[in-house]
Design a protein around this ligand. Sequence first.
Ligand SMILES: [Zn+2]
Length: 714
Amino acid sequence: MAISRRDFLSGAAVTLGAVSLRTPMWALAAQNAAASPVPLLLGVDYYPDQTPDSLWEEDARMMADFGITNVRVAEFAWALMEPSEGKFDFAWLQRSIEILQRHKIAVILGTPSAAPPPWLTAKYPEVVMVNAQDLPLHPGGRRFTCPSNKTYRRLSLAVATQMAQTFADASGVIGWQIDNEFTLSDTPRCFCNFCRAGFQDWLREKYGSLEKLNQDWGTVFWSQKYTDFSQIPVPLLSGGDPNPGLALDYDRYQSYANVSFMEEQLTMLRQKCPRQFITTNNVGLVDYINERDLYAKLDFVAFDNYPGFFKMLMEEQPNPEGSSWNAILTMVAMGHDFGRSLKAGKPFMIMEEQSGKAGQRTFSPQPEKGHLRLWTYQAVAHGAMGVNYFRWDTATFGAEEYWHGILNHDRSPSPGFEEIRQTIKELKALGRDVLESQYVAEAAVVFDYDSSWALPIQPGHPKLSYLPQVVKWYGTLSPSQTGIDISVPGADLSPYKIVVAPLPYVMSDAQAQKIRDFVHNGGTFVAGFRLGAKNEFSQIVRTPLPGLLRDVMGVTVEDYVPLYSEKPGVKLSGFSGAPDGTCGLWAEVLKPSTAQVLATYTNFQHAGKPAITRNSFGKGKAIYIGPDLDPMSLARVLRTLAASAGVQAPMEVPLGVEMTIRQAGGKRWMFLMNHKSDAQTVKLATPGTDLLTGKARSGEIELSGYGVQVLQMS
Ligand SMILES: [Zn+2]
């Protein structure tokens, strides 16, 4: 883990599984190893490589007493596993695994390619990345190697292959994590000559001919017409902005390069280790990699969850309106929903869950009493099938020596020790049914990698960025207590009553067709400003905006306006009782053809002109939200539209209480989680049974500060 991308939330501050019903083989293996009655992995990230071997037995005994089922090990231990090129030493790891196995603790092995040993970079200095300023990175940190470099790929595959041959049949080894946190670095993309050659090959494959590439990028501009693929540059400093088509394709290529790097190890592991699961761990929406592609061939999604960072990021915002509990609730819930949605509702695992103060140079506060339990339940409430806490003990050396674990530096219990132990005990008693149930979502928020990569190339407004808009839309919709999936283009929209798409800047023919079919068949589609402004080659469409979806939306965009000192008002006449809203960074003036006007601009050069419209198309509705609305108004608008689409919360809960529903086989479970420090009262609409106590509950129930209730509903 590393704190970086500190600016990814910038601007968002103001806003604030379909389980396979059969238990897979690896899960049975985990249960056997850990004698666990539940299909839930509850573990820690453990570093025998960083711990004197005299303590391994004590660690394993303490972990077994603590109640965990598994550990993840070895993902940063390349230097010990291959002390010199081609000389492998796994004896220490075998000894450690044998000790863990004696204590019925299963093992997930990490392949070590996120941090190469010094002998490797000394012998092959060309494997380091080159950053966007054309400067090479240096060994000494991590994630400083090129994803395209064939030498680095060969050496990464070699050590992983030796691991696989050694541990494919090792008792207690249940699965693999490939590498660690792809692209999560201060330098997420590489611009070296190997990447340039890889990019050219990738373009050859994608476009087939230079004629097509020149046409689709529009290289006649600034005399950039290529006559040989080898002439095509990477988007380094060039005296002016790069071609937008080239720049977007380069982001796609870098994602592809990382995914294909991962898949080289995956192909080998599939062949050598058929009994063991294979995944990787990323941090979801903040990574520079298409995670739908990344996890496509992996067994399940795993990712890392550090809620404390959101609190730190909120503190850095100039005028945060949202309180930190709300930011943490929103960002964590969205991360979980994203992880679950990447494989269409399949349960996910938290490979690293915050267990104490977390960070490197600076670190988050110690989670308050109740936070660690709350965050664990929040993961399960959103569909997790496993939670591993980072980390077992706290290192006394290295860049992460302030990344606090379950044991303190002196190996005494951390402030969160007892709370995590108790939480693990509770979860084991929760029962199989609820853990194998499906998360219920009737709404989806679209997250589109193409739009997220194309927008920063030409944001239009210096403060406009993609992810904060998605956070804002998710955050304003989620308090309506409806389950939300995060939909990536290509995903099936038919399960949803309403699909909302903030800043849908890039629109391919295929995406447009999916949306058209969804609305035609009765769905409600809500689009934010910049809908369909660009095609998939990052060219501006030649038709009036919103381009391919003009007939579905029933409007034409008359003008799009970045806003600086001017702050137009928005009269929400179509939303009963709503006070006027205001615009933030952007306003689009709409001209309806068949759509009905729901809101108009005030106090603006375009005063009186339509700002929000609703169109009937087929059996469904299509709503265009032209302005960058203030969060309160956006919440009012989105929740009204969700209700009109038939999305209904099972009951009302107070602000700060999160509710999710999971269901299976005619049974329903309700998770109620209080994200505020003071107690709150919830009035149950229907009676239920408290899964932790077995007691019947009805009427009003009290949730303590950071309290959780899991109810089986009658
Ligand atoms: Zn490179």
